[in-house]
Design a protein around this ligand. Structure first.
Ligand SMILES: Nc1nc2c(c(=O)[nH]1)N[C@H]1C(S)=C(S)[C@@H](COP(=O)(O)OP(=O)(O)OC[C@H]3O[C@@H](n4cnc5c(=O)[nH]c(N)nc54)[C@H](O)[C@@H]3O)O[C@H]1N2
Ligand SMILES: Nc1nc2c(c(=O)[nH]1)N[C@H]1C(S)=C(S)[C@@H](COP(=O)(O)OP(=O)(O)OC[C@H]3O[C@@H](n4cnc5c(=O)[nH]c(N)nc54)[C@H](O)[C@@H]3O)O[C@H]1N2
Ligand code: SF4
Ligand SMILES: [Mo]
Length: 667
C-alpha cells in the first residue's frame, strides 16, 4: 500500500520547500515537490529528494554507541542516558552547569528543535554559542541600520525594474529565486550579478561585475559617492526617514573614486552603471552571505544598506536590501518553548572562536560538550583547533543520524530521528513566509529517537522531567500561541499543509524603523552603544595585501569555500560518491602562472593547514581566486576549514571564513 503525504524540507536553506512524500509498507519511498505550495510550486532539489536516502541508508545511525578503547560499541539507551545524566549531575554539583557546552548549528528548521534550549535552561544554564558562522555579520549589520534584518516577500520582485544579485549563488543555493530571476528578466527587468566567480546566475545576467573578494563595501561606497556627486540620492528619504547621512557623505568626500576602483579592481564605467540602476528604481538587491564572511563583513553589508537606502529603494515595492528575513522566526512564541527564566547561570562562547574558548576556559573549564544539529569538526573554522579542543574535553556527546567527523570524535553518539520520523512544523527565516506542517510518517529506524525524546529522558533523570510532560501537539500549540489571533493554528496547519505568517511583504513601508531613533541609521546608535563605530568604516579584509603585504606575498591567493551544489554542507557527502574528493577551482590567471591543467593534483596551504585536491580551472573568475566547496569529510580529503581562520568579524557576530589567504603548488 502506498500513500502520498504532504510534508516539508527541514534543511537549512533559503527555500523551505513543500514536499509530497510517498510512504509504502511503512517506509519512505520517494520525496517530491508539493505543487500546491505557493512559493516552491512542486520544484525541489536533489538535497531534498535525498532525505529519503538519509532516512533509509545502511550508514544511518540506528543505536546508541559509546567509545571504548577507541572503538564504538553498541549500548542501550538506558545506559547511555544514565551515564550522560550522571555526569551532568556531578558537573552541576562540582564545577557548575556552565562547565557543559552546547555546540550546535541550525541544521533542522523544525520549530521544536528549540526544545534543546528548554532542556539546557531547565538544567540551570550551560555555556551557549552566540553569533553565527553563517550570516552573523550581516544580521547584526542590518539590525544596526534598520533595527532588524527583514526581506521582501518573494513575489515582490515582480515590481522591480532592476534586480541586483550581490554575492548570492542563486542557481545553486536558492533555486526558487532563480526561477523568479528568469521570469522577471522575460518581463523586462534588468539583472546584474556582482561576484568574484562567474557562476550560472551571472550567465543569466545582463551584466556581470567581478569584484575583488571582500571589497564590496568599497564598491557600494563608490556607487553611493557617484549618486551624491550627481545629485541622484533620494532627498526625501534622507531628510525625513534617516539619521546621520551627512557624516557618511563627508567620509565619502575624503575617499577618491580612483582609490575605490583600484582597491575593488573594478572600473569607473561599472560604478557608473550600478549608480544608474540604483537611481532608476525600484531596484531590488539580493545579498548573499559570502561577502560578509570577512573581517570587514559587517561593514560591507552596512555600505550596501546605505546605498540601497540613500537611493530611495527602502520601504518601496520592488526595492529592498534583502539579506535575511528574521520577521518569520520572530512570529513564533519561542520563549514559551525555551523557558529562558529557568536559567540561573550563563556563559557564552562565540560560534567562531568556540575551539579557542574551549581550550582556554577556566572557572569553570569545559567538562562536557553536547553537539546537536551541527558538525563543527567539518563546518567550524580552523579544523585542527576544533579537533584539539574536542579531544581535550573529558566527555563529548553527539546527537545525529549519521556518523559525522564530529560524531566519530565523541565519546557517546545518540541516534536521532530524521524529518519523516517525527512531527514538527517547518519555516526558514531566510526567504519566504510560509510555515508548513510535517507529520510523523514512519517509525524511526532501529532505536533512533527524536531529539525531544532524548531531552525529556535526560531531564527526567536530572530531576526536572515535569517541564517535558507535554505531548508534541501541546508543544506545537505552545509555539504557535502567538499566532492564534492571525488564524495560524495547528489545526488549520494540519488541514492546509502550509499557511502564510503575518509578516510584511514590503518591510519598512511605513518608514518606522526598529532602531533607537526610529529612523534608518546611517550612523548607528546601537553600534555605538556596543562600543563600535556608529559610522560604517571602509575597512579591508584582514588577510589581504592592503592589510598585510608580507602575508599576501607568502600566500598570494584568496581562498573562498562556497556551498556545494549537491549537498547541504557536509550532510549529503557520504551518500554521493561523485562528491567524495576535493576539487580545487582556480581562476584562469593562476592556472597560467603555475602552468596547471584540469585534473592536476595541487596542494593548498597556509599557516593553519594544508589540503590536496584536483585542479579545475574556472572559466571566468576574479584574478588570484581559488575555491574549494565546503563540507568535505576527512575520509575524502578533509574539510576546507583546515585552512580557514577562527576569528570574529568587525561587529563580533560573524565569521571570517572567506578572509583567507593561501599558497598553491603542483603536488
Ligand atoms: N546547494 C546548497 N544550497 C544551500 C546550502 C548548501 O550547503 N548547498 N546552504 C544553505 C545555507 S545554510 C546558506 S547560509 C545559503 C548561502 O547562500 P549563498 O550566500 O548563495 O551561498 P554561499 O556559498 O555562501 O555563496 C557565496 C557566494 O558569494 C560569492 N562571494 C564570495 N566572496 C564574495 C565577495 O567578497 N563579494 C561578492 N560579491 N561575492 C562573494 C561566492 O562566489 C558565491 O557565489 O545557502 C543555502 N543553500
Ligand atoms: N569554509 C566554510 N565553512 C562553512 C561555510 C562556508 O561557506 N565555508 N558555511 C557555514 C554555514 S552558512 C553554515 S549554516 C554552517 C552549517 O554547519 P552545520 O549545520 O554544522 O553543517 P551540516 O553539515 O549541515 O551538519 C549538520 C548536522 O546536523 C545533523 N542534523 C540534521 N538534522 C538534525 C536534527 O534534527 N537533530 C540533530 N541532532 N541533528 C541533526 C545532520 O545530520 C548533520 O550531520 O557551515 C558553515 N561553515
Ligand atoms: S534543500 Fe532547499 S531547495 Fe532543496 S528541497 Fe530543501 S528547501 Fe528546497
Ligand atoms: Mo548557512
Amino acid at each position: 500500500m502506498s500513500k502520498v503525504h504532504q510534508s516539508a524540507c527541514p534543511l537549512n536553506c533559503w527555500d523551505s520547500c513543500g514536499f509530497l512524500v510517498t510512504v509504502e509498507n511503512e517506509k519512505v519511498k520517494k520525496v517530491d515537490g508539493d505543487p500546491h505550495h505557493p512559493i516552491t510550486e512542486g520544484k525541489i532539489c536533489g538535497r531534498g529528494r535525498m532525505l529519503e536516502t538519509k532516512t533509509n541508508a545502511p550508514e544511518r545511525l540506528r543505536y546508541p554507541m559509546k567509545k571504548q578503547n577507541g572503538e564504538f560499541v553498541r549500548i542501550s539507551w538506558c545506559q547511555a542516558l544514565d551515564e550522560i545524566a550522571d555526569r551532568m549531575q556531578k558537573i552541576k554539583e562540582t564545577a557548575g552547569t556552565t562547565a557543559v557546552l552546547h555546540s550546535h548549528d541550525y541544521a533542522n528548521n523544525g520549530l521544536l528543535k528549540a526544545l534543546d534550549q528548554r532542556f539546557f535552561n531547565g538544567y540551570g544554564g550551560v555555556t551557549e554559542i552566540v553569533g553565527s558562522i553563517c550570516w552573523g555579520s550581516g544580521i547584526e549589520a542590518q539590525s544596526w541600520d534598520f533595527g532588524r534584518s527583514y526581506g521582501h516577500g518573494p513575489l515582490d520582485i515582480y515590481n522591480s525594474k532592476h534586480v541586483i544579485v550581490w554575492g548570492r549563488n542563486v542557481s545553486r543555493t536558492n533555486m526558487h529565486l532563480y526561477h523568479h530571476l528568469q521570469q522577471v528578466k522575460k518581463q523586462g527587468a534588468t539583472l546584474t550579478v556582482i561576484d568574484p566567480i562567474f557562476n550560472p546566475t551571472a550567465k543569466l545576467a545582463d551584466r556581470y561585475i567581478s569584484v575583488k573578494p571582500g571589497m564590496d563595501g568599497w564598491l557600494a561606497a563608490g556607487v553611493l559617492k557617484i549618486l551624491i556627486q550627481s545629485g541622484k540620492t533620494n532627498e526625501d528619504f534622507i531628510r525625513n526617514h534617516s539619521f546621520g547621512f551627512k557624516e557618511v557623505a563627508s567620509l565619502l568626500a575624503s575617499v577618491s573614486l580612483e582609490e575605490i576602483i583600484v582597491k575593488t579592481e573594478t572600473s569607473i564605467e561599472e560604478l557608473q552603471y550600478l549608480a544608474g540602476l540604483y537611481a532608476d528604481g525600484p531596484t531590488a538587491t539580493f545579498m548573499g552571505l559570502g561577502m560578509q564572511r570577512y573581517k570587514n563583513g559587517g561593514g560591507t553589508i552596512r555600505w550596501i544598506d546605505a546605498l540601497v537606502a540613500a537611493s530611495g529603494n527602502v520601504g518601496i515595492k520592488g526595492g529592498g536590501a534583502n539579506f535575511g528575513n528574521v520577521q518569520i522566526g520572530e512570529s513564533f512564541a519561542k520563549p514559551k518553548l525555551t523557558l529562558p527564566e529557568l536559567k540561573t547561570q550563563s556563559r557564552t562562547f562565540s560560534m567562531m572562536t568556540q575551539a579557542e574558548e574551549i581550550l582556554t576556559a577556566a572557572d569553570p573549564a569545559i567538562e562536557m560538550i553536547i553537539v546537536t544539529c551541527g558538525n563543527p569538526l567539518t563546518q567550524v573554522p580552523n579544523t585542527n583547533k576544533v579537533k584539539e579542543a574536542f579531544e581535550k574535553v573529558p566527555m563529548t556527546v553527539a546527537i545525529d543520524s549519521i556518523l559525522t567527523d564530529t560524531a566519530k570524535l565523541c565519546d557517546y553518539v545518540l541516534p536521532t530521528a530524521t524529518v519523516f520520523e517525527e512531527e514538527d512544523i517547518y519555516y526558514s527565516s531566510m526567504y519566504h513566509h510560509f510555515v508548513q506542517y510535517g507529520k510523523k510518517l514512519v517509525e524511526p529506524q532501529g532505536e533512533a529517537k527524536s531529539d525531544s525524546w532524548i531531552w525529556a529522558e535526560l531531564a527526567k533523570r536530572l530531576g526536572f522531567g515535569e517541564i517535558f510532560e507535554y505531548s508534541t501537539e501541546e508543544f506545537l500549540q505552545m509555539g504557535l500561541s502567538s499566532l492564534e489571533k492571525e488564524g495560524v493554528t495547528l489545526e488549520r496547519l494540519k488541514e492546509k499543509g502550509h499557511l502564510p505568517l503575518p509578516v510584511k511583504e514590503v518591510p519598512w513601508d511605513d518608514y518606522k524603523f526598529l532602531t533607537p531613533s526610529g529612523k534608518f541609521e546611517f550612523v548607528s546608535s546601537a553600534a555605538e552603544e556596543k562600543g563600535y563605530s556608529g559610522l560604517p568604516k571602509l575597512d579591508v579584509p584582514e588577510e589581504s595585501s592592503f592589510h598585510d603585504s608580507r602575508l599576501a606575498e607568502k600566500y598570494p591567493y584568496t581562498l573562498l569555500s562556497i556551498h556545494p551544489q549537491r549537498s547541504n554542507h557536509s550532510q549529503h557527502v557520504p551518500f554521493i560518491e561523485k562528491m567524495q574528493h576535493i576539487q580545487v577551482d582556480i581562476s584562469p590567471d593562476i592556472a597560467d602562472e603555475q602552468a596547471v591543467q584540469d585534473g592536476d593534483v595541487v596542494v593548498i596551504f597556509n599557516e593553519r593547514g594544508r589540503l590536496e585536491g584536483k585542479a579545475k580551472i574556472m572559466k571566468q573568475a576574479h584574478p588570484k581566486t581559488i575555491n574549494i566547496d565546503e563540507g568535505m569529510w576527512s575520509a575524502f580529503g578533509g574539510s576546507v576549514n583546515t585552512l580557514t581562520k577562527d576569528t570574529n568579524s568587525d561587529n563580533g557576530m560573524g565569521s571570517t571564513l572567506f578572509d583567507c589567504l593561501v599558497g598553491m603548488e603542483k603536488a
